[in-house]
Design a protein around this ligand. Structure first.
Ligand SMILES: [Mn+2]
Length: 292
């Protein structure tokens, strides 16, 4: 019997890098958060609290420990605080490596700006990529208080290189009027709910386009997930998000990368927001493995 070092991984994600189809990693950065910081603690909280949920999904009748589920937990990136540019570049480097090894990157934020690094790295390999965003906020500002690298601008920065009509936004219910005007001619914006996700999944599956999935947890109603930096009332339920996301993955759309961001665990001392996030991550990891 050989002993192993006691290093914590997300529950059921104990595969080695070489055999893994999915690489989970944390991006603990929250320096551009406009309201309440704390999402830097998201990845470590999720990893630790994941031992409070089961590896088995009764929804999908599958288990994170099934042979089709091979997930390597890389741990958290070591990111500097304050300056977002080296953070985005560091995430880009990491995702570039994962993608060049034909694995799916699964990033746990951190604030939503971390998405920019992952999307940019994947775009290098997949210039025809689409991004599906679940979020309360449009995140389409060209700048926020003079800075272009802010979580309030992340989808606008992605649009800079993705181009028009590549970003599909769901559950959006907050932003400046200019962002909603911008969306009319540059993105596909679905306000308030996930309505339209089924048709989108079918279209993306038919076209076989690469798809990046970014889930800002504040798309959920703030009664469902209060542990987030910029809570916004009027959001969706956990099951609505579950059905939209797992439905999209199951539609045959070619998912090439995923992130779940903006969990700020200390803002919900009940722990329920973190537990919800763990469950969502489990379900997505299983769905990606089944549909790979
Ligand atoms: Mn966002």
């Amino acid at each position: 019997m050989s002993m192993q070092k006691n290093v914590e991984s997300f529950i059921g994600c104990d595969s080695q890098y070489d055999e893994a189809g999915i690489v989970l990693f944390g991006a603990p950065f929250d320096s551009t958060t406009s309201y309440r910081p704390g999402s830097r603690f998201g990845p470590s909280a999720v990893r630790h609290e994941s031992f409070g949920i089961e590896t088995y999904s009764p929804y999908q009748d599958a288990d994170l420990t099934d042979s089709c589920c091979k997930v390597f937990d890389e741990g958290d990136l070591e990111l500097p605080f304050g300056d977002p540019l080296p953070v985005v570049n560091s995430i880009m480097d990491n995702v570039r490596t994962i993608v060049s090894d034909n694995k799916i990157p699964f990033m746990v934020g951190g604030e939503h700006l971390v998405t920019l690094g992952a999307v940019n790295a994947l775009y290098e390999k997949y210039p025809d990529m689409h991004v599906v965003q679940f979020d309360a906020h449009a995140d389409l500002r060209d700048d926020y208080l003079g800075t272009k690298l802010s979580h309030a601008c992340v989808m606008r920065r992605c649009h800079d290189f993705l181009g028009d009509m590549r970003i599909h936004q769901f559950c959006i219910r907050s932003g400046e009027r200019e962002e909603f005007l911008f969306a009319k001619s540059h993105t596909h914006m679905h306000k308030f709910t996930t309505e339209g996700i089924e048709d989108l999944g079918k279209a993306l599956a038919v076209s076989n386009a690469p798809v990046y999935l970014t889930i800002d947890l504040d798309c959920l109603d703030s009664s469902v997930l209060p542990g987030t930096g910029t809570p916004e009332a009027g959001g969706i339920s956990f099951m609505a998000l579950y059905e939209a996301v797992i439905g999209l993955i199951g539609s045959g759309a070619r998912i090439v990368g995923v992130d779940v961001n903006e969990l700020s665990p200390m803002l919900d001392t009940s722990g329920a927001s973190t537990a919800l996030t763990c469950k969502l991550i489990r379900e997505i990891l299983i769905a990606l493995s089944i549909n790979r």
